[in-house]
Design a protein around this ligand. Structure first.
Ligand code: BES
Ligand code: MN
Ligand code: ZN
Length: 493
């Protein structure tokens, strides 16, 4: 799916074009009325002062996210509260999200947003927020409004006119990546399984110029990726690994590797999960979705960096052929793992993909994303992803990219005392620690496979799916990670 909003850009009209939207700013003083923008003043004049009158009659204070609808003879005017002022980036994007909400609330199919600023970053940021907020996944509805969500048209007029489109084009490429990740997360596991996911990735060759290679089980067996294969062996669906390459940097520049957990469904395997809420485990491939979406955005924006995206795609099922608790499996790295709990499967998949990345690509740094542990949701809720890293600079750069984009991550500790909890009586390690610090022991497990290369692990179990909407992120699949990773690269990863 894509956005239900069609955006276009045009020069500022000489007189207000109805139905229209324009900004008002909070005065900052409860006793003083909001300050109307230039365009809102024009609209007010065209409406015989109906806007100033409506402001007097209501409690409208122009706080960010509020709106006031005034019906004039020529058509409706929606005044969008913009707070005291807003800056490019997250604030402008959120205002864009509020605009999309206001269009829906007022049932406007077609409207003009008059912006008085000539700042391309502000205009394109509002556009990006509006488009992101208008995302809907309606694929499987067959009846009524849900099957055919209203497509709305918004024309943004500003002193930049059509030139604003140039700045918006890069934002559009970003949104395409976010939408791809959201779509993948939404798809149910009978539709999106390792092979169909890999096919979708293959399409990116034509869509945006990535080079895409798919490894099947035979190829992975040859590489010695038994740990990844041990997760998928209980499923009738064949495991896959996808390698996406974007050669935007100089020849010979060591690549940045982005690695994603792609468990297309996680039943827990023989250590089976309880039935309640198990349907959520269709989005246990959120890390792979984020990496795929980020590769789409990075290629779309033609960023000047060599980036490789690797995703391990499996389905974790109970079966006569499934891995048993207590089984010992050799990883591609040569280290052996005693699988105590088959529900701690994501780390097994990632371990082999990390080793594959090291052996085949000599990465400068590696960042992996995974819906890895329920424990990270206990720690950080749904506000921050958990960030684990063996490198302070890398960790700082990811934290900063998170703050820039609103996809926040909070650093968590690693260390020997946690790592010791993985000791096994029979193999090099167990796949789980004890009862406590579950997200940290999971990260320690991964660290055993990075061979000292700068690495970060982002546990997005709390972020891939949202129960409540935010201004630019509707509830459901969020696409978390696409914007974070794209910005991380743009900031000079
Ligand atoms: N995919 C889950 C983690 C998860 C939980 C993601 C909730 C999103 C929402 C992961 O594979 C898992 O099952 N982890 C176990 C680890 C445990 C067995 C050590 C968990 O978190 O309970
Ligand atoms: Mn699991
Ligand atoms: Zn899982």
């Amino acid at each position: 799916m894509t956005s239900t909003l069609d955006l276009s850009f045009a020069p500022q009209p000489t007189k207000p074009a109805f139905p229209m939207l324009a900004f008002a700013f909070a005065s900052g003083d409860d006793k003083k009325p909001p300050i109307l923008s230039e365009s809102a003043i024009q609209a007010d004049a065209a409406c015989g002062g109906a806007i100033t009158q409506a402001i007097k009659d209501t409690e409208f204070k122009a706080s960010a996210g509020s709106s006031l609808t005034v019906r004039c003879a020529d058509g409706a005017v929606v005044i969008i509260g913009a707070g005291k002022a807003f800056t490019p980036g997250k604030e402008a994007e959120d205002i864009g999200g509020h605009i999309t909400a206001a269009l829906a609330k007022n049932s406007l199919i077609k409207a003009t947003l008059m912006i008085d600023s000539d700042d391309a970053a502000i205009i394109s940021g509002i556009g990006l927020g509006a488009v992101l907020a208008a995302y809907k996944f309606s694929h499987y509805f067959t009846k009524g409004d849900k099957a055919k969500p209203k497509q709305r048209k918004l024309t943004i007029t500003s002193p930049l006119g059509r030139k604003a489109l140039t700045a918006f084009k890069a934002e559009k490429e970003l949104a395409e990546g976010v939408f791809l990740a959201r779509d993948l997360v939404y798809e149910p596991a009978n539709m999106l399984y390792p092979e169909s996911f890999a096919k979708r990735c293959k399409m990116l060759e034509n869509e945006c110029g990535l080079k895409v290679e798919v490894l099947d089980e035979k190829a992975m067996k040859k590489e010695g990726m038994d740990l990844l294969l041990s997760v998928g062996q209980g499923s009738t669906k064949k495991s896959q690994m996808v390698i996406m390459r974007w050669d935007g940097g100089k020849k010979g520049e060591k690549p940045l590797a982005l690695i994603g957990k792609g468990v297309c469904f996680d039943t827990g395997g023989i250590s089976i999960k309880p039935a309640g809420g198990m349907e959520d485990m269709k989005w246990d491939m959120g890390g792979a979705a984020a990496v795929t979406g980020a590769m789409r955005s990075i290629a779309g924006r033609k960023l000047k960096r060599n980036v490789i995206g690797l995703i391990g795609l499996v389905e974790n099922m109970p079966d006569g052929n499934a891995t048993r608790p207590g089984d010992v499996v050799k990883s591609m790295s040569g280290q052996t793992v005693e699988i105590i709990n088959t529900d701690a499967e994501g780390r097994l998949v990632l371990a082999d993909v990390l080793t594959y990345t090291l052996r085949h690509f000599e990465p400068e740094k590696m960042v992996n994303l995974a819906t890895l542990t329920g424990a990270i949701i206990v720690s950080l809720g749904k506000e921050h992803a958990g960030l684990f890293s063996n490198d302070d600079d890398l960790s700082g750069a990811i934290t900063a990219a998170g703050l820039d984009t609103g996809e926040k991550a909070w650093r968590m500790p690693l260390g020997k005392d946690y790592d010791d909890l993985l000791k096994s009586h029979i193999a090099d390690m167990k796949n789980i620690g004890g009862r406590w610090a579950g997200s940290i022991t999971a990260a320690c497990f991964l660290e055993r496979f990075v061979e000292g290369v700068p690495w970060a692990h982002i546990d997005i179990a709390g972020m891939a799916w949202a129960d409540k909407s935010r201004p630019t992120v509707p509830s459901g699949g969020t696409g978390y990670g696409v914007r974070l990773l794209t910005r991380f690269v743009e900031n000079g990863a």
